[in-house]
Design a protein around this ligand. Structure first.
Ligand code: ZN
Length: 145
C-alpha cells in the first residue's frame, strides 16, 4: 500500500482523538498559546490557561491523537519522545484509545498498583524515553501523560 494512503489511514483512525485535542488546543490558543507542527503532530503550548493548569494540577503535557498540549514549549521539547509515543498508541488504538487508556488505568488501580507508573501505555512511553535518552527507567521524570 502506498505510504500516502497508510499515512491518511493513520490520521483518520486517530481522528476522533485528534478532534478532541483540537478543541482543547483552541481553548489554549484563546488564552495565548502558540502552536507548531513537529513530525506530523500539532504541538500547542503556553498561554494563561496552560500555566494555570500547570500551577494547580501539575499538568505538563497531554496527547490527544495528533495533538499534544503542553504548559510550555520547553516542556514539549523535553517530553516529545514520551508524548509522540502516545501519538503512535493513538494511531494504533484509534477510536478506542481513550477508553482503553482509562480502562488500563482503572485495571491498575483495581490491582492495587499505581495508576500512572504501572499503566502499560505510560510504561511504553517511559521505555521509549529511556531508549531515546539512553538512561535507566528509574532516572526518567514522568510528569507527562
Ligand atoms: Zn504519558
Amino acid at each position: 500500500m502506498p505510504k500516502f494512503i497508510v499515512d491518511c489511514l493513520r490520521y483518520l483512525w486517530a481522528a476522533p482523538n485528534t478532534v478532541l485535542g483540537l478543541l482543547f488546543a483552541s481553548l489554549l490558543m484563546l488564552t495565548g498559546a502558540r502552536m507548531q507542527q513537529v513530525e506530523g503532530v500539532l504541538e500547542v503550548s503556553g498561554g494563561w490557561l496552560a500555566s494555570r493548569l500547570a500551577r494547580y494540577s501539575g499538568f505538563a503535557a497531554i496527547t490527544f491523537g495528533h495533538v499534544v498540549l503542553g504548559y510550555s514549549a520547553h516542556a514539549l521539547q523535553q517530553l516529545r519522545v514520551h508524548e509522540h509515543t502516545h501519538v503512535r498508541q493513538a494511531e494504533c488504538w484509534g477510536l478506542f484509545f481513550i477508553p482503553a487508556y482509562l480502562l488500563a488505568g482503572l485495571w491498575q488501580l483495581l490491582r492495587g498498583r499505581h495508576v500512572y507508573h504501572d499503566h502499560p501505555f505510560e510504561k511504553a512511553a517511559v521505555a521509549a524515553e529511556c531508549r531515546h535518552f539512553k538512561r535507566l527507567p528509574q532516572a526518567v521524570i514522568t510528569n507527562g501523560q
